[in-house]
Ligand binder design. Structure first.
Ligand code: FAD
Length: 472
C-alpha cells in the first residue's frame, strides 16, 4: 500500500464541546492506530467538566457550595464507588468552610451511605475528568493521536471529504467526522436583568453578587428551581444563616420535591402494560403507578430513578407507538418528576420558618433599576401587578420555551442539519444522534427527539446524556 493510500485510510474525528456529553463521545470513539482525535472546547484540556461541573479557578468561599441535584449513585453507577475511594481527600477539601457540608453529610456517612449523598458538583467534575483522561490515554497508547484544543468553534463547513471547523483564534481544523456537544440553551432574558442591581445568570457573577449578599441586601431570585437553590448555597457560604435574606418567586411558588434515597433502599418498578393508543391513556397509567407507589412509602427519589431506568430500558416508542401522541408526554412527566437537591431544599424550608427565605407566587415581567437596589415588577398570585423593592435580582428562570441556543447549534438549525421539534421546542436529531449531514452527530441536553424516539424525561441529566451517547 502506498503512503498516499495509507494517508487516506487515516481517520480524523473531531468532538466540539468539553462537557459530560463530549467526554462520553470521546470514550466511545472507535479510532484505530494512526487515526486522530481532535477535541475543541473552552476547557478541552479538562474534558468532561463542561459548564455544570467546572472547577473554580481560584479559592473562594463558594468554591464547593453547589451540589448535585441527585444522590451520587443516581448520577453515574461508578461515581459512588469513586467517592468512597476518594472520601478522605474530599473531606480535606471541605474542612473549615462556613457552609459545613461535611457535618450535614455525617449522618449518611455514619450509616455507610456515601453514595447516597448529594455531593458538590465540582467533585463529579473531578471524577469525569479523571475517567476521561484514562480513556484518552488508552487511545494514545493504541496509537491514536489526541489533540485537545482550548478554543471555541465558531463555524463548521462541509468539505468534499468531511468538515472544516473555524475556531475563535482564527484557526481551521479539518476532520472526516464530527460530534457536536455544545450544551443546553442560555437562561431566558428578562427585561432589566443585567444591571448594577441584577444579573442575567448566577454563574460567573458570584463575586459581584457576593458583595450584595455580604452587605445584607435582600437577594431576589426569579425562578425556584436548581439555580435558585444554588443561590441559597452561595448565601450560606458567605453569611451566618440568620443574616440571609433570600426571596424566591415563581408562578407556582413551590419548591421541587427533595430527592432522598431511603435506607434501606426502596426500588420503584413501574408496571405499564402498553402499548397505549394516546398520551392521555399512557399518562393515566403512569399516574396510577405513582399513586400506588406513594401509598407504599416511595418518594420522589425512588419514583424518578425507577421511571428513568424503565424508560431507558423500554423507550417511549414501545409504550406509545404513535409519535405525535408520544410527543405530548414529556412536558407532563417533567412536572410529575420534578425533584431537586435534598440538602438545599430542606435548608430553604428550615430558613423559611425563621423568615430568612421567603416565597412569592407570581410571574416576573421586568426589573427596574433604582438608585440603590431594584424594583421587581410582577403579576402576583391574585393577578395583580405589583412592584417588589429589593436589593439585588438574579435571573434563575431557566431556558423558558423560546430556547436561546449557542451560536454553533443555531447555525446547524439555520442550515437545517438539525431541526426543532414543533411540540417541545427542543432539538430533533436522527437515529444514533445523526444529523442531516453524513458524518456529523449532535447531542445536547435540549435534545428531545432521537430518531423515532421521543425522550420521555429531559436530558438535563448527566446519566441520560451518557446513556444516549453509548447507544449511538
Ligand atoms: C449549573 C448546572 C447544574 C446542573 N446540575 C446537574 C446535576 O446536578 N445533575 C445532573 O444530572 N445534571 C445537571 N445539570 C444538567 C447538565 O446539563 C447535564 O448534566 C450535563 O452536564 C450537560 O453536559 P453537556 O456536555 O451536554 O453540556 P455542558 O456541560 O453545557 O458542556 C458543553 C460545553 O461545550 C462548550 N461549548 C459551547 N459552545 C462551544 C463551541 N462553539 N465550541 C467549543 N465548545 C463549546 C461550553 O463552553 C460547555 O463547556 C446541570 C446543568 C447546569 C447548567
Amino acid at each position: 500500500m502506498s503512503d498516499h493510500e495509507k494517508r487516506h485510510q487515516i481517520r480524523r474525528h473531531m468532538i466540539i464541546g468539553d462537557g459530560v456529553t463530549a467526554a462520553a463521545f470521546s470514550e466511545c470513539c472507535t479510532l484505530k492506530p494512526g487515526d486522530e482525535l481532535i477535541v475543541i472546547g473552552n476547557n478541552a484540556t479538562r474534558l468532561g467538566r463542561g459548564l455544570a461541573y467546572a472547577a473554580e479557578p481560584q479559592e473562594t468561599p463558594w468554591q464547593f457550595a453547589y451540589l448535585l441535584n441527585s444522590p451520587a449513585e443516581d448520577i453515574d453507577p461508578d461515581f459512588g464507588p469513586w467517592l468512597e475511594k476518594n472520601w478522605a481527600s474530599l473531606c480535606e477539601k471541605m474542612q473549615g468552610r462556613r457552609l459545613n457540608w461535611l457535618a450535614a453529610a455525617q449522618t449518611f456517612v455514619d450509616k455507610g451511605d456515601i453514595k447516597g449523598l448529594n455531593v458538590p458538583r465540582a467533585f463529579l467534575g473531578d471524577f469525569i475528568e479523571e475517567r476521561t483522561k484514562v480513556a484518552l490515554t488508552k487511545l494514545q497508547q493504541n496509537g491514536v493521536k489526541v489533540r485537545l484544543i482550548n478554543s471555541t468553534a465558531i463555524a463548521i463547513m462541509e468539505t468534499i471529504n468531511g468538515f472544516r471547523v473555524k475556531t475563535s483564534d482564527n484557526q481551521h481544523h479539518c476532520a472526516d467526522t464530527v460530534d457536536i456537544a455544545t450544551g443546553g440553551p442560555e437562561t431566558q432574558r428578562i427585561d432589566g436583568d443585567d444591571s448594577t442591581f441584577s444579573a442575567s445568570t448566577l454563574f460567573g457573577n458570584e463575586a459581584r453578587i457576593a458583595e450584595h449578599i455580604q452587605k445584607g441586601s435582600e437577594i431576589f431570585c426569579i425562578g425556584m428551581n436548581a439555580t435558585m437553590l444554588d443561590v441559597l448555597r452561595l448565601c450560606q457560604s458567605l453569611l451566618p444563616e440568620d443574616q440571609i435574606r433570600l426571596t424566591a418567586c415563581s408562578p407556582r411558588g413551590s419548591l421541587p420535591e427533595p430527592l432522598i434515597p431511603q435506607l434501606p433502599r426502596k426500588i420503584m418498578r413501574p408496571n405499564l402494560k402498553g402499548p397505549y393508543p394516546t398520551a392521555e391513556s399512557f399518562l393515566a397509567a403512569v399516574q396510577e403507578n405513582i399513586q400506588s407507589a406513594r401509598k407504599n412509602g416511595l418518594q420522589m427519589g425512588e419514583l424518578r430513578s425507577g421511571f428513568r431506568a424503565y424508560f431507558t430500558e423500554h423507550g417511549l416508542k414501545s409504550l406509545i407507538p404513535n409519535i405525535d401522541e408520544a410527543r405530548k408526554v414529556p412536558n407532563t412527566l417533567r412536572h410529575w418528576f420534578r425533584g431537586g437537591t435534598r440538602d438545599t431544599i430542606m435548608d430553604f424550608k428550615r430558613l423559611n420558618a425563621t423568615g430568612s427565605t421567603k416565597i412569592i407566587r407570581g410571574s416576573v415581567k421586568a426589573i427596574e433599576v433604582m438608585e440603590s437596589g431594584a424594583n421587581v415588577i410582577l403579576k402576583n398570585g391574585t393577578g395583580m401587578m405589583i412592584r417588589h423593592k429589593t436589593g439585588f435580582v438574579i435571573n434563575c428562570s431557566g431556558a423558558g420555551s423560546q430556547f436561546d441556543f449557542d451560536p454553533l447549534t443555531r447555525s446547524l438549525i439555520d442550515q437545517k442539519w438539525i431541526t426543532i421539534c414543533a411540540q417541545s421546542g427542543g432539538i430533533a436529531v436522527g437515529e444514533g444522534c445523526r444529523t442531516q449531514v453524513t458524518g456529523l452527530r449532535y447531542l445536547s441536553p435540549a435534545t428531545t427527539v432521537i430518531g423515532d424516539e421521543v425522550m420521555p424525561m429531559p436530558l438535563y441529566d448527566a446519566h441520560l446524556l451518557r446513556t444516549q451517547v453509548f447507544r449511538t
